[in-house]
Design a protein around this ligand. Structure first.
Ligand code: PXG
Length: 460
C-alpha cells in the first residue's frame, strides 16, 4: 500500500486539485499528466511564493489586475472594517450602501467627461453582458429596434459568458459553444505586425478602421447597435493600434450613429500611464467597461460607465431595467476599490508609469530585438509584448503557432518569472508598483528564457 501524502503538502494539493478542480482555460487531462498545478501560497509586493518555496516575479499582476501589488494591509483593513459594519446589502429595489454611492461618484470623477452613471457587477464578463442588455434596451427605447448587431475584433477578449464570448473574437472559444450568438460580428484587428503587409503602420491603422466602416455598410447602418473594442487589445497579444486607428473609429461610429464602447478592463486604472487608455488615444466612448484594476483584484468588482446619451434615455424613458446581480455594488468590494483608488492617487502610480517605468520598460524590452527569436517588441505604459518569429525580415511566424511561445513561457516560469504567451507573443502586464529594478530583472530572466528556447529549437 502506498502512503497517503500529508494534507496541505504540495503533493496532496496537486493530487486533490487534479481529482476535483476544473480550472479555467486549462486542459485538465494534460495538467494531471504533467503532475498538477503550481500552487501559489502567498505573495508580497511584486513577488509570488509557491508551495515549494520558490519566489516568482509576477510580471502579469495576477491576471492583469493586481495594480497596487500584493500585501496591502490597508486593503485588508478596509475590508475587515466594512465586513463588521455591513458585510452585505444589495443595491436592488431602491436600496444603496455608503460605499457603493461613494465609489459611483469617484468613478464618475476619474473617467472621461460625460460618463457619469455607473452600473456595478462583479466581473468583466458580467459588465459586458450588462452592456449588451443595456444597449439593446436603449435602441428599443429610441424606436430603432432593428439596431441590434455588435461589431468587435478578431483576437478581442471581452469575457467568458455567452454574450461576452460572442463579443470576443477568439475562435477557440467560439468553436466549443457554437458562438458567436446571432447579432455579433467581427472584423480585422489593428494588428500591424500580422496583418499590415507592406503598408506603413499609419496606413494600416486607417485600413483596419475602414474594415469597421465596410462592415457597417455591409450590414446596413440601421442594423448596427455598437462597436466594442479594447483601446489596446490585451489577451489578444498586447496589440497596440497605430495612432491613425482610433480617430477613424470615432469618426465612423459617429457618422453611422453606432455606439462606441471602450472595454478598459485591462487598460484602465493606470495601466497605460493614464487613468484610462481612452485619454491616451483620445477616445470619447458612449459606454466603458471596468474591472480588474478597479479593486486590484483583492475582491471581485466591475462596472459599466454609461455616458450621457444612453443614460438620458434609460433614465427618462426606460422605466425599470430588469437586470442586475446579487453582488452589484457589493459594499465590501466597493470599500476596497475606494481604498485601492486612494492608494493609486496617493502613491502617484499613474505618473510613475507614464514618466518613469513605462518608458523604461519600452527601452529595456527594446534591447531584446537583437535576439534571433525576436521579431518585434511593443509596449505602452506597463503593457509589453515580444513577438517570437521564425523569420524576422519576412515577419513570418513559426508553423505551429503557440508552440514556441509555450516553450518560452515554461522556461520563464522555471526561472522565476510569470509571463503569458499569446500565440508566440510573450506578454507582460506587471503591477504598477514595479520599479526599474524589477524591469531589469524581468528582461534578464526573459533573455535567459529566450536563449533556452532557441537552444530547444536548435537555432542557437
Ligand atoms: N474584458 C477584457 C478586456 C478582459 O481582458 C474581460 C473583459 C472579462 O473579465 P472577467 O472578470 O469576466 O474575467 C477580460 C478578462 C488572459 C486572461 O489569460 C485575460 C482575462 C481574463 C482571464 C485570463 O490573458 N481578461
Amino acid at each position: 500500500m502506498t502512503a497517503q501524502p500529508a494534507r496541505n503538502s504540495t503533493t496532496w494539493w496537486r493530487e486533490s486539485d487534479s481529482r476535483h478542480h476544473l480550472h479555467p482555460f486549462t486542459d485538465t487531462k494534460a495538467l494531471a499528466e504533467k503532475g498538477g498545478s503550481r500552487v501559489i501560497t502567498s505573495a508580497e509586493g511584486v513577488y509570488l511564493t509557491d508551495s515549494e518555496g520558490n519566489r516568482i516575479l509576477d510580471a502579469m499582476a495576477g491576471l492583469w489586475c493586481v495594480n497596487v501589488g500584493y500585501g496591502r494591509k490597508a486593503l485588508a483593513e478596509v475590508a475587515y472594517k466594512q465586513m463588521l459594519e455591513l458585510p452585505y446589502y444589495n443595491t436592488f429595489f431602491q436600496s444603496a450602501t455608503p460605499t457603493s454611492i461613494e465609489l459611483a461618484e469617484k468613478l464618475a470623477e476619474i473617467t472621461p467627461p460625460g460618463l457619469d452613471r455607473v452600473f456595478f457587477a462583479s466581473s468583466g464578463s458580467e459588465a459586458n453582458d450588462t452592456i449588451v442588455r443595456m444597449v439593446r434596451h436603449f435602441w428599443n427605447l429610441e424606436g430603432r429596434p432593428q439596431k441590434k448587431t455588435f461589431i468587435s475584433r478578431t483576437f478581442g477578449y471581452h469575457g467568458s459568458t455567452m454574450a461576452a464570448a460572442s463579443l470576443g473574437g477568439m475562435a477557440a472559444m467560439h468553436g466549443q459553444a457554437d458562438l458567436p450568438l446571432p447579432g455579433f460580428v467581427h472584423v480585422t484587428p489593428p494588428y500591424w505586425y500580422d496583418y499590415g503587409g507592406d503598408l506603413s503602420p499609419e496606413d494600416f491603422g486607417r485600413q483596419a478602421a475602414k474594415a469597421v466602416e465596410d462592415k457597417i455598410l455591409e450590414l446596413g447602418p440601421e442594423t448596427v447597435a455598437a462597436f466594442i473594442g479594447e483601446p489596446v487589445q490585451g489577451a489578444g497579444g498586447v496589440i497596440i493600434p497605430p495612432e491613425t486607428y482610433w480617430p477613424e473609429i470615432q469618426r465612423i461610429c459617429k457618422h453611422y450613429d453606432v455606439l462606441l464602447i471602450a472595454d478598459e478592463v485591462i487598460s484602465g486604472f493606470g495601466r497605460t500611464g493614464a487613468w484610462f487608455a481612452c485619454e491616451v488615444f483620445d477616445i470619447q466612448p458612449d459606454l466603458m467597461t471596468l474591472a480588474k484594476g478597479i479593486s486590484s483584484g483583492y475582491l471581485p468588482l466591475s462596472a459599466v460607465m454609461v455616458g450621457e446619451r444612453v443614460a438620458e434615455t434609460l433614465v427618462q424613458e426606460g422605466r425599470e431595467f430588469f437586470h442586475g446581480f446579487t453582488y452589484s455594488g457589493h459594499p465590501v468590494a466597493c470599500a476596497v476599490a475606494l481604498e485601492n483608488l486612494r492608494i493609486i492617487e496617493e502613491e502617484g502610480l499613474i505618473a510613475k508609469v507614464r514618466d518613469e517605468t513605462g518608458p523604461y520598460l519600452g527601452e529595456a524590452l527594446g534591447t531584446l530585438v537583437d535576439h534571433p527569436l525576436v521579431g518585434e517588441v511593443r509596449s505602452l505604459g506597463l503593457l509589453g509584448a515580444v513577438e517570437l518569429v521564425k523569420d524576422k525580415a519576412a515577419r513570418a511566424h513559426f508553423d505551429d503557432l503557440g508552440h514556441v511561445g509555450a516553450i518560452c513561457r515554461d522556461h520563464c516560469v522555471s526561472n522565476g518569472l510569470v509571463m503569458r504567451a499569446v500565440r508566440d507573443a510573450m506578454i507582460c502586464s506587471p503591477p504598477l508598483t514595479f520599479g526599474k529594478n524589477h524591469v531589469d530583472e524581468l528582461v534578464r530572466l526573459l533573455r535567459r528564457a529566450l536563449d533556452l528556447t532557441a537552444r530547444d529549437l536548435g537555432s542557437a
